[in-house]
Ligand binder design. Sequence first.
Ligand code: GAL
Length: 845
Amino acid sequence: MKTLLFFWVLMLMLVLNNTNLMQCSVSYDKKALSINGQRRILISGSIHYPRSTPDMWEDLIMKAKDGGVDVIDTYVFWNGHEPSPGNFNFEGRYDLVRFLKIVQKAGLYAHLRLGPYVCAEWNFGGFPVWLKYVPGISFRTDNEPFKMAMQGFTEKIVNLLKGHDLFEPQGGPIILSQVENEYGKLRMKLGQEGYNYMNWAAHMALSTQTGVPWTMCKDDKTPDPLINTCNGFYCHQFTPNKPYKPKLWTEAWSGWFTEFGGSKTQRPVQDLAFAVARFIQTGGSFVNYYMYHGGTNFGRTAGGPFITTSYDYDAPLDEYGLIRQPKYGHLKQLHKAIKLCEPALISADPIVTQLGDRQQAHVFYPESGGCAAFLSNYDTDSGVRVLFNNKHYSLPPWSISILPDCRNVVFNTAKVGEQTSHMEMLPSNSQILSWESYNEDVSALDNDGSTITAVGLLEQLNLTRDRTDYLWYKTSVDINPSESFFSNGELPTLIVGSAGHAVHVFVNGQLIGSGFGGRKSRRFTFSQKVNLQQGTNKIALLSISVGLQNVGGHFESWNTGILGPVVLHGLDQGKLDLSWERWTYQIGLMGETMNLATPSGISMVEWMDSKIAVREQQPLMWHKAYFDAPQGNEPLALDMESMGKGQVWINGESIGRYWTNYATGECKGCSYTGRFEPPKCQVGCGKPTQRWYHVPRSWLKPSRNLIVLFEEIGGDPTKISLVKRSMNTICAQVSETHRTIKSFQVESYGDTVQEFYIPKVHLQCAPNQRISAITFASFGTPVGTCGSFEKGDCHASTSSAVLEKKCVGKQSCAVTVTNRNFGRDPCPNVLKQLSVQALCASITN
Ligand code: GAL
């Protein structure tokens, strides 16, 4: 009887154990995270699920896997999941479970950065705006209403995911979770309250019993057992706050985000690879690229203000999900090289020796024998030859060579052997036809009762609750016919003080000008001479929010809109302050109320031929037209250069805000050497910051797709065109000495198979393309870079013919970089390279 009782108690304990997820199949120590008892060196990549469409997810995740990524990292976007209190959305782009199941199906792990504060250049940092109006709330501090809401959402997500068995101890992909985000700086500012909140957040997270470790990034006071992690362009100097925690890098910035009016940042892959190798050689065991695929801020999800809808980030997968070369391929080779060292990295600490003034060797000797080495040259100007283990090695400037067996260099961070591919926006065969327009009348809503009237200026978000970007502020002013400016011509000046982000100013129905804030200084003052008439003058201010701020604390205190003063200067009485006049407020546009952007809403109004609107450059216009889906499967975009500022929808789905603004900044050349940080390596100066807006294929039907846009200022919609993102030109450059890893296989830990290629140039077009021409080929000493190659003193005359024979008509080809292949040695005793430029052409049309 006793034995039976014991048996049942044991069974019950097992069952309870399972449901409580206490199996702890993910743990950590000072070296690394361990999964099922095995320490791992993990490569991770951020892909935020709402920044692409569900039909893209599998492709993105598989490409990440093929690029050597083990873990997919994503934030969880509270404002997308709970648009109003208690109303949850897990559909479409917010189908988190589906996303994680694809990660699982791909055999990858997930790091769930649950926040719920995410920053991420995402509207309001991921917080729902309704949270701002919870009585007594104070964000990201020791405040009961905030903590209650944060805990509610965290538990909601954890329970949802547990319900689908998505945590690792349940057999799911999630091996790690993050609570809060970069809290350290704010904690210090808030003092004791911040400290209390941080501790509370950690314990709250633990109480959800996910069975996987929790992280907090950028906060060195992170309490045990949570792991504090590093974010940045470099993290080799980072050490966790306890000697028994692993060194994890949760945001290795692969590029940077873009703001309207700014240029774009590119981070050279040589420097990114250098930073990652440097982190690993100093004992790092987890690197997450932020971003691996940045994607698009669809709808009104962009943070800000003034963050572009393109969140391309110069990531290994571009905004459209296409492979960015050479970044993707070079990192893939880096990951292979690191994985070859994994058995040594997880079991030994590095022994560091000085190889020169600014050169070091980090050598890992595992107990099981063998050794792996990283040889680094921190010199930003000169390459060097170093002696290591009785052998000479050449190290280019600012580079690290990886030697998984302490003898053979399988990878150097500065030697890029991958093809470079140039993505271009090419015309599609689809025309956007039958443009019609409708005027959002400035005075239309004056008397229809849907407005609010108040004395004084009201804060914008409080009225709109961020359901729309737009808030009208309207008032009138009586001007005496005796005012002197009627005779002396010295017009009065209208001054409008705004807390952000933009305003279009109308006087008597006419747009007289606009004012804009910036990302850092949101406040601005509009000031302009104004031609007033005798008697009543109508002043209408359209205040616009262009993405809510995403960085900081105390979100409850953030204001937007026209908070004054609104003043007329230059009247006979001097200054006339309108701030305390009676103001009428209209929330949103009339077109928004009528759902004009949707297929069912368009019949609500009479549309006119767009030619008239375009000729008169009328502001506040709705435009609509139709187009058929272009053939093929290249990603699509709208070329919006002919337009000003507004929003655009396709078949009722918002592809986001467009904002044509020319990029300021300095775009000087870019060297991969030396510390990287924006504004280093800028491109696109003098051009519109964003000209192309991603139109996901899955939002289209074969014919008669409806495009609707709302244009605030003016512009010519008939010039909008649909373009295809295509890879047209590809280049490759490989020297005789360049060796790449041929096969990569870690069969079991400690059992690695490595083989090396003799140097080869690889060219590859997209799957539906073929190499149509070789536009440059030189085996010898060619100079220049992709797009501007030139022959050098040494050139094999057979170069083009060899390449044409092997490559033209093929989707991909490989050409060995040896003398034999080109007939004979064109210049004996000279180190040669093969540089090639080729064209890819689509085979579908
Ligand atoms: C980090 C933050 C991310 C993102 C990034 C810049 O500090 O954690 O969410 O905002 O900066 O892209």
